[in-house]
Design a protein around this ligand. Structure first.
Ligand code: SAH
Length: 220
């Protein structure tokens, strides 16, 4: 159990993160700031790193994977221009933190994780926090959602050498996809809009994500 004092400390740290690392930089979508200010990141961080929950850094979550840096979560989410009615496909559930932010801002989230252990842990945490608008799937997200379905938004939170074709196929016309695209050690964060069946990527910034391992990603 988290004590009252601890909870209060985390709330202060979360506000500091919001002011220092997000609002004072280029995160200006009020809904994104509100979500980042309300989701308890400490719930998704392994206990031994709990005190660093609101530092603007990625942190290890086991199996060689990381919970993304808060600024990057906010930046990618902002790039998706969510209004509240969207169905979103997320590849790379990881800790589930980005999933929670999306669940605050869209109507339904479909999230895929490759590792059972991470997917199950994320599902348990998100369940405890009361989210009811998330579907979970364990498998290779580079192949898209296992059912025939189209999404308003797609977010890939692991790096890909190029945008996986099954994902562009599952993006609705006019929909947006955000992903880190490039080599295994550094990538460019792109946002792409689907127009006339094709995606047109726009580069937003440089970034560094763990690799997406899968049929349309990297090999191990
Ligand atoms: N958004 C997550 C980021 C986790 S790191 C967070 O902030 O916690 C990226 C995640 O993508 C890892 O958990 C990794 O296991 C997962 N991943 C890698 N390849 C994948 C694939 N082919 N399909 C689904 N998930 C994948």
């Amino acid at each position: 159990m988290v004590s009252y004092d601890e909870k209060h400390r985390y709330e202060i740290a979360r506000q500091t993160m919001l002011n220092q690392h997000l609002a004072s930089r280029d995160i200006h979508d009020a809904r994104v700031l509100e979500a980042m200010g309300s989701v308890p990141r400490e719930a998704f961080v392994p206990e031994k790193y709990a005190s660093q929950s609101y530092d603007d850094n990625p942190l290890p979550i086991g199996l060689g994977q990381t919970i993304s840096q808060p600024y990057m979560v906010a930046f990618m989410t902002q790039a998706l221009k969510l209004t509240g009615n969207e169905e979103v496909l997320e590849i790379g559930t990881g800790s589930g933190y980005q999933t929670a932010i999306l669940a605050e801002l869209a109507s339904k989230i479909y999230t895929i994780e490759r590792f059972n252990q991470l997917g199950e842990s994320a599902q348990a945490i998100l369940g405890r926090l009361g989210y009811e608008n998330i579907e979970f799937y364990i498998g290779d997200g580079s192949c898209g959602w296992p059912e025939n379905k189209e999404f308003d938004r797609i977010i890939v939170t692991a790096s890909v050498p190029e945008i996986p074709t099954p994902l562009t196929n599952q993006l609705k016309e006019g929909g947006l996809l955000a992903a880190p695209v490039g080599g295994p050690w550094s990538q460019e964060l792109i946002v792409a809009e689907k127009k006339e069946g094709k995606v047109e990527p726009k580069i937003l910034c440089g970034c560094r994500f763990v690799k997406l391992i899968g049929k349309h990603g990297f090999t191990e």
